[in-house]
Design a protein around this ligand. Structure first.
Ligand code: G6P
Length: 330
């Protein structure tokens, strides 16, 4: 990626000491995942929805890069935030965008194109996964500047190259996910849980479900379960959770135990190496997953789950009621 960046972009990245990421909808969730990745390499990062950011006073630390994320590059609030940021003391602006001729690309100092191809369905899917890939690349570019060894860089790049293979495997789960969706179609509510980068993935999973199947879905950081949402859990509450084999696994499993103790129905996606050890659940396993790219891979079964639920319910998957692909007015 570095090679495709011009001189201006390289200078911006060289000087960046913090980033502010601004976006709406699904693009905002991509920004939330990026925060975990960027802070992991020591870069301070805040993420905010554009409609909030644009109407409040913002303190801009020295050498902060302003990053917008948008599939369309025409979202009114995101564009307004960029315009408002021009005189706010930022180092410069970078957009992660899917439409080369968009206003956002034209008005940003630097553009990182996601190249997902035209996205037709209102609910963003491939734009989201490519935004995450763009943020992995950006994280690598910053990590290089923070002394990442060439060996480590090669490993991380190889993990990105494994994505097409991993996604193929997930797509083959589609029939099994359709079976899982049967347990959902008659529900009125659903709860998505996750920790770490999997909290924003849970947010995105819940957003997809409400957008296209009209089931009320909420996402919570699993550690917040006891601070409210547990009160909602009974046998009528499906709880969806991705279980990558990471450092937070045991914590999430103990949260899921709490759900089971209240009769909540578990719909899980896990790494094959994970031993779940709960009394009752539905689970589909994924193989060959790397921690750095796991959120990208796991977002796809969640998208498929919403897709199959929507098809079962007979809603219009591509054009959900009341929603627009691009929100160009406030
Ligand atoms: C609308 C779309 C969403 C999208 C959001 C932000 O709500 O329906 O799918 O995530 O706008 O759009 P953007 O083009 O800025 O990513």
């Amino acid at each position: 990626m570095e090679e495709s960046f011009g001189h201006e972009a390289k200078v911006l990245l060289d000087r960046t000491e913090a980033v502010h990421i601004i976006a709406c909808g699904t693009s905002y969730h991509a920004g939330l995942v990026a925060k975990y990745w960027l802070e992991e390499i020591g870069l301070q990062c805040s993420v905010e929805v554009a409609s909030e950011y644009r109407y409040r006073r913002v303190v801009v630390p020295k050498n902060t890069l302003f990053i917008t994320v948008s599939q369309s590059g025409e979202t009114a609030d995101t564009l307004a935030a960029l315009r408002g940021a021009k005189d706010a003391g930022y180092l410069g602006s970078l957009c992660v965008c899917n439409v080369p001729e968009s206003s956002l690309v034209r008005e940003s100092d630097v553009a990182l194109m996601t190249r997902a191809g035209p996205e037709i369905g209102v609910a963003s899917t491939k734009a989201f996964t490519t935004q995450l890939v763009a943020f992995r690349l950006l994280t690598l570019a910053f990590a290089r500047r923070r002394g990442m060894t060439q060996e480590r860089e090669k490993e991380l790049v190889d993990e990105l190259h494994a994505l097409p293979r991993q996604v193929e495997v997930v797509l083959k789960l589609s029939d099994a996910i359709r079976e899982m969706a049967n347990g959902f179609a008659k529900k009125e509510n659903a709860l998505f849980l996750g920790r770490g980068t999997f909290y924003p993935i849970a947010l995105e999973g819940a957003l997809k479900l409400k957008e296209i199947s009209y089931i009320h879905a909420e996402a919570y950081p699993a550690g917040e379960l006891k601070h409210g949402p547990l009160a909602l859990v009974d046998a009528e509450m499906p709880v969806v959770c991705a279980l990558p084999d990471d450092a937070l696994l045991e914590k999430v499993l103990s949260n899921l135990q709490e759900v089971r103790a209240r009769g909540g129905e578990l719909f899980l996606f896990s790494d094959r190496t994970v031993s779940i050890g709960l009394d009752h659940y539905q689970n589909l396993t994924l193989d060959d997953i790397f921690p750095t790219t796991a959120p990208i891979v796991y977002s796809i079964p969640l998208q498929l789950l919403s897709y199959h639920v929507a098809v079962l319910k007979g809603t219009d998957v591509d054009q959900p009621r009341n929603l627009a692909k691009s929100v160009t007015v406030e």
